[in-house]
Design a protein around this ligand. Structure first.
Ligand code: BGO
Length: 279
């Protein structure tokens, strides 16, 4: 059995049960520090799983992976810059649809991931039945149910994470449709980035293209508009934004978010069933 060290980052919405999971996984061995340059706290610890050393890093709680808050930026930059071998996305199963917003963005980024379906006791208590197999199939990741506060499912979860990490597969983003205007612009920008030799690794150039269209300055500021590539990117983003404004009276960013919500709503309908009336 390989004994190479594995890094596991835990991501999730605030109150999804990240701390409970982290404590269950690591006991009292954790350290608290700050991410360089920001006052966002993080905890990390090293544990052994079946002879493999595993670094567990607790990312800040976030609802999204945009660049709107220090927490979101820290979580996103950690994943892109430090490239953990696997991300465990802790999802509150009793608030599946809301929590899937982050899960989908992690899948759009493409980082190897395991979905931890936590608070399954709360979900079941409310008569909710989640088709875990279907959810895993649709998202393309293993799904492990847990009750983190009682330690239930936690061993299976970390084993699933180690297995994904050991597979060492390349990042494989989930490809969503954002409507023809945005899809075509992503294709155009992706081609521009590819032709210029730009590499977004470990993310893809399509992800970078989408972020530029979303007006994510953390990404778009990497392209100086006084360069040929920067000017072309700016031109495409401005053209699409103008077209969307004129034809739909909306912003590109909202159109992208709406398509994400639409996709999540479809997934939720497919996998979530209610046994009885929810009071
Ligand atoms: C309190 N099931 C249930 N039922 N609860 C869970 C589970 C689970 O699977 N996992 C976690 N919780 P955090 P973040 C609390 O603290 O780990 C509970 O923000 C309380 N505290 O115990 O903190 C967990 O790190 C008083 O609940 O989440 C915690 O992601 C009354 O969910 C809460 C009731 O978990 C958030 C709950 C003084």
């Amino acid at each position: 059995m390989s004994s190479a060290k594995i890094s596991v980052a835990i991501a999730g919405n605030p109150n999804a049960g990240k701390t409970s999971l982290f404590n269950e996984l690591t006991g009292a061995k954790q350290h608290v520090g700050n991410y360089p340059g920001v006052t966002v706290e993080y905890k990390h610890a090293t544990v052994t799983v079946d002879g493999t050393t595993v670094d567990v890093i607790d990312l800040p709680g976030t609802y999204s992976l945009t660049a709107y808050s220090p927490e979101e930026l820290v979580a996103r930059n950690f994943i892109i810059d430090k490239r953990p071998d696997v991300v465990i996305n802790v999802v509150d199963a009793s608030n599946l649809e809301r929590n899937l917003y982050l899960a989908i963005q992690l899948r759009e980024l493409g980082v190897p991931m395991v979905l931890c379906l936590n608070m399954i006791d709360v979900a079941e208590g409310r008569g909710m039945k989640i088709d875990q197999e279907k959810l895993g199939e649709v998202l393309g990741v293993p799904v492990v149910p847990t009750i983190a506060r009682q330690g239930k499912g936690v061993e299976a979860l970390i084993r699933a994470a180690v297995e994904v990490a050991r597979a060492n597969a390349p990042w494989k983003p989930l490809e969503l449709s954002y409507g023809s205007d945005v899809n075509e612009a992503v294709t155009e920008l992706n081609a521009l980035l590819d032709e210029s030799g730009y590499e977004s690794a470990p993310a893809t150039n399509a992800w970078t293209a989408l972020k530029c269209l979303e007006g994510d300055t953390e990404v778009s500021d990497k392209f100086d508009p006084s360069t040929a590539l920067g000017a072309r990117i700016k031109e495409v983003c401005t053209r699409v934004a103008h077209h969307i404004k004129v034809t739909m009276e909306d912003e590109t960013e909202s159109i992208i978010a709406d398509h994400r919500y639409g996709y999540i709503s479809g997934v939720s309908h497919e996998v979530l069933h209610h046994d009885r009336e929810v009071r």
